[in-house]
Structures are given as C-alpha cells and as structure tokens.
Ligand binder design. Structure first.
Ligand SMILES: [Zn+2]
Length: 252
C-alpha cells in the first residue's frame, strides 16, 4: 500500500496497522485517525470511498520538527482485489470478502428495459463493492452500457453511452424497504436472500435511458433530416409539455 503525497515529491509506504487493510467499512463511516508513517505523523486522516477504492485524506506533519510543521496534504489510495460477481448471489456472503466485483450481462435479460430500447443486444458492465452500513449491506459502484434508441429529432437510430455510479441497499422484504430513509435506494432480495444481477440493476438502468434522445451533433442530425425528407409534423411540439399542467395549478 502506497501513500501518495501531493506536496512531497516521494511516496511513503504505510506500514502501520490501522492502514494494513483500510477496507470499505471504516471508509464508509468516514473514520478519523492519527497515524505515524516513518518519520512523519499524519493528522486528521479521513477515510472515504472514491470509485470503489478506499481513500484516506489528511495532513502530513514532520515529526523531527519541534514545531510539528505541516509539510503537505496527502491522498492514500488502495485498490481492492477484483473478482467475478456471480449472476445470482447472496450479498451477505460477499460483503465479507472485501473485494471489488465485476460482472457483465446482456440488456436482453431485462424485459422492462428491453421494452423501451430500440434494440437490447448490448452488454451492461458493472464494477461494484459491498460494504456495511450499520446492519445493512450496500452495493456501490459504476455501471456502463450503450443504449440503442431512436433520435426524436431525425428518427434515425442512435447510441447513448451510459457510465453512471450507483449505490443500492439490500433489504429482505418490501416492509423493510419502506422503513429505509428516503435517500437510500432499496433492493428487495428473494426468499433465499439472493438476487440476480439483472433484477438488481434494471431500475437503475431504466433511470438512465434518456426520455427524449437526440443526436448531440445537431449538424449530423439535420443532415439526416434532409436525406430522409421532411420531419413528421412537429414531433416535439406535439408532445404534451409536463410543465404546461403546472401553469394551471394554484400553488398557494
Ligand atoms: Zn438525430
């Protein structure tokens, strides 16, 4: 494990016990600690999770200086081991491993998602980490995929790249889900305490499908319009504007 010192032009190896395996659990709790690294002391260490890695932040202080002068801030970064996540799994068993997991599955495994895409043959790639939040198991990480949709301006097929972070909390049943604070997104496990990756990520993936996809390159999009003739009368204007209804609401 290596300490990356931002203001010191050499890295220092951490060999003190509290950081032998920072894990994600203390990191998630935002633990503070004071440690000593060789001749340096570290003050105000805070652990956190960034992109699935445990990260420590703090201020480095030189021990030999009587005045304990601050010599720089640092960032400590520890990548955890990556393992293959099974398609169906029990999060309570996986949280103990402290590993980062990777899994790949097809969009076609998700019926509701497939229903709103023009094609669903693309894969979804997920990297995830399990951690504990009090007595709950949390899965957090990054999901990446490409959606095949229809441009609502020129009606031609287009791809939308998705690369989003997620954080979901496992619960045993719907009752427990409703008890969770609203800032936590629950996922309900089956009667065996397991879940399939397609069920786990479907809602999250649907959330990232653009409501009105349009080519971001307007010039290319317009070219297609001339190639394929006139647009059907006012596609956009024809859609009801959700804010229109608000106008008539009396909000006092
Ligand atoms: Zn277009």
């Amino acid at each position: 494990m290596v300490l990356l010192a931002e203001s010191i032009d050499r890295s220092v190896t951490m060999r003190h016990k509290p950081f032998d395996g920072p894990g994600v659990e203390p990191a998630r709790q935002g633990t503070h600690a004071d440690v000593q690294i060789h001749q340096y002391a570290v003050k105000t260490v805070k652990m956190g999770v960034v992109n699935g890695a445990a990260v420590l932040r703090g201020t480095l202080i030189q021990m030999r200086e009587l005045a304990l002068a601050t010599i720089g801030s640092f960032l400590y970064h520890s990548r955890v081991m990556v393992k293959a996540l099974p398609q169906r799994f029990n999060p309570y068993l996986l949280v103990r491993e402290g590993s980062e997991f990777e899994v790949k599955f097809s969009q076609s495994q998700m019926q509701r998602l497939s229903g709103i895409l023009s094609a669903s043959e693309n894969d979804v790639q997920v990297t995830a980490l399990f951690s504990r939040l009090k007595n709950l198991i949390v899965i957090s990480g990054q999901l990446a995929t490409v959606y095949s949709v229809q441009c609502q301006r020129c009606l031609e097929p287009m791809n939308v790249e998705v690369n989003e972070s997620f954080e979901l909390v496992f619960v045993d049943n719907e009752d427990k889900a409703s008890e969770l604070p609203k800032e936590l997104d629950p996922v309900v496990l089956d009667e065996n305490g397991q879940i399939h990756v397609a069920d786990l990520f479907e809602d999250e993936l649907i959330l990232h499908v653009p409501e009105i996809p349009k080519h971001s390159d307007v010039a290319a999009c317009k070219l297609r319009q001339t190639e394929f003739g006139e647009l059907p009368a006012d596609i956009e204007e024809g859609k009801p504007n959700p804010f229109e209804a608000l106008k008539n609401l009396n909000l006092h």
